[in-house]
Design a protein around this ligand. Structure first.
Ligand SMILES: NC(=O)c1ccc[n+]([C@@H]2O[C@H](COP(=O)([O-])OP(=O)(O)OC[C@H]3O[C@@H](n4cnc5c(N)ncnc54)[C@H](O)[C@@H]3O)[C@@H](O)[C@H]2O)c1
Ligand SMILES: O=C(O)C(=O)C[C@]1(C(=O)O)C=C[C@@H](O)C=C1
Length: 342
C-alpha cells in the first residue's frame, strides 16, 4: 500500500511488531490526526470482534474490514458486541505464509490471489467500495461471498489441507534420522504449511471445527479405501491384486482431476509450466544472479522451488516457466555457464 502512495498507520498490541513493520516500509507508527478511510483489523480470528469494537469506539476510520481466515464467527461476535456493522465488511485474502509476524511479510503476497469479501444487506456502498479499492491496490481479485459459504469453502481448500499437512509431517516427528535425511521435494511440498503457528490455527480451526471435521471424515473414508487397496496389492492372490491396482489407480486419477481444477495465477485456467532445473552454489547472491539471467533472457519465472541436497554445497533450483520459453531460457543459461540439469 505504501508503494502505491497510500498513507498507512500501524498499530499492534506488541509495539515491537508495529515498529518492525514500519522499519520495513509498511507505514508509520504515528497516530492518524483524523479518521482514516479504512481500518484493516489483522488480528487472530477470536479477537476480531473485540478489536473492531474498540477501533469503532475510538472512531479510527470511516469503514472497517478484517482479514481473518474464518468469517461467520467474527461477524457474529461483532454483532453481539454492538458494532456498527453497516461500516464493517468481512474480508479474507486467500494468500499467506507458514510464518507469521512482520519479518515474514511480502509486498506482493496478494497479487493475483482471490480476496473474499462478505458484505451483508446493511453494508454501506462507501464501505464496500473502500474494501474493493484495498483489494485492487493489493493486486488481488475480489470474490463476494456469504460468510457461511466462505467458511465451508475454506474448510475444503485451506483448513483440512492444513491439518493433513500437519498429520503427514507429524509422521516424521519420531522417524529414523536416516529416513528423514532422504526428504525430497515431494514431502517438502506437502508439508510446507506444517510449519504454521499452532496457536493461530487452533483459533481458526475452533471457529470452523464442525465443517472441517466433515471434510476430514470424508477423507478418512478415502484413506481406509486406499489402505484396503494397498493390503490387497500386498497379498498373493491375483483377484485381490487386480482390485488393489484398480483402487490405487482410482485414487491417483481422482487426485489428478482435483489438482487440475486448481486455478492458475489471476484466476486463469490451470497452467502447465515447464520446469528447468539449475544447480547453484550454496552462497549468497546466487539466486539473485540466476533470476537476473532469466530476466535478461526475457523469460518470466512463474514459480520457484529449491531442493537443498543434504550434505552438499549445491542447491537444485526448479524454475517453472511457460513451455514456449524453455528453449530460450535453457540456451541462455547454458551459454552463460550455468549448470542446467535434465
Ligand atoms: N498467516 C496467513 O497465512 C494468513 C492468511 C490470511 C489471513 N490470515 C489471518 O490474518 C490474521 C493475522 O494473522 P497473521 O498470520 O498475520 O498473524 P500475526 O501473528 O503475524 O499477526 C497478528 C498480530 O495481531 C497482534 N494483536 C494481537 N492482539 C491484538 C490486539 N488486541 N490489538 C492489536 N493487535 C493485536 C499481534 O501482536 C500480532 O502482531 C488472522 O486473523 C489470520 O486468520 C492469515
Ligand atoms: O500458503 C500458506 O502458507 C498459507 O498459510 C495460506 C493460506 C491457505 O490455506 O491458502 C492459509 C490460511 C489463510 O487463511 C489463507 C491462506
Amino acid at each position: 500500500l505504501t508503494a502505491r502512495g497510500i498513507a498507512v498507520y500501524l498499530e499492534d498490541a506488541d509495539p515491537d511488531a508495529a515498529h518492525t513493520a514500519a522499519s520495513l516500509g509498511a507505514g508509520t507508527t504515528d497516530e492518524p490526526s483524523e479518521p482514516v478511510d479504512l481500518a484493516i483489523v489483522a488480528v487472530p480470528p477470536a479477537l476480531v470482534g473485540t478489536v473492531l469494537a474498540d477501533c469503532q469506539r475510538r472512531g479510527l476510520a470511516r469503514s472497517y474490514t478484517d482479514v481473518a481466515s474464518v468469517k461467520a464467527g467474527p461477524r457474529a461476535e461483532a454483532v453481539a458486541l454492538g458494532c456498527d456493522t453497516a461500516h464493517y465488511i468481512g474480508g479474507h485474502p486467500m494468500a499467506g505464509r507458514e510464518q507469521s509476524g512482520p519479518l515474514a511479510a511480502r509486498a506482493d503476497l496478494f497479487e493475483g490471489r482471490p480476496w473474499v469479501l462478505t458484505p451483508t444487506a446493511d453494508t454501506t456502498t462507501e464501505t464496500l467500495n473502500a474494501a474493493l479499492e484495498l483489494v485492487a491496490l493489493c493486486g488481488a481479485m475480489p470474490v463476494v461471498m456469504d460468510a457461511g459459504a466462505h467458511d465451508r469453502a475454506v474448510a475444503l481448500v485451506s483448513h483440512a489441507p492444513q491439518l493433513f499437512s500437519s498429520l503427514v509431517a507429524a509422521r516424521l516427528e519420531h522417524a529414523d534420522e536416516t529416513a528423514v535425511r532422504l526428504a525430497g521435494q515431494g514431502v517438502r511440498d506437502v508439508t510446507r504449511i506444517a510449519a504454521s503457528d499452532p496457536r493461530m490455527w487452533l483459533d481458526i480451526l475452533s471457529a470452523n471445527a464442525g465443517v472441517v471435521a466433515d471434510v476430514l471424515e470424508e477423507l478418512a473414508v478415502d484413506l481406509n479405501t486406499a489402505v484396503g487397496a494397498l493390503r490387497s496389492l500386498a497379498g498373493d492372490e491375483e483377484t485381490g491384486r487386480r482390485k488393489g491396482t484398480d483402487g490405487i489407480e482410482s485414487v491417483m486419477r481422482r487426485g489428478n482431476n482435483g489438482q487440475a481444477r486448481i486455478p492458475g495465477k489471476h484466476g486463469a485456467p490451470p497452467t502447465r509450466y515447464e520446469t528447468v532445473v539449475v544447480a547453484i552454489g550454496d552462497q549468497p547472491g546466487e539466486l539473485g544472479r540466476l533470476f537476473r539471467e532469466a530476466a535478461r533472457a526475457g523469460v518470466n519465472i512463474e514459480d520457484v522451488a529449491i531442493d537443498h541436497s543434504a550434505g552438499r554445497q549445491v542447491g537444485l533450483v526448479q524454475l517453472s516457466i511457460a513451455p514456449t520459453a524453455t528453449h530460450q531460457l535453457v540456451s541462455a543459461l547454458v551459454e552463460r555457464g550455468w549448470d542446467v540439469r535434465d
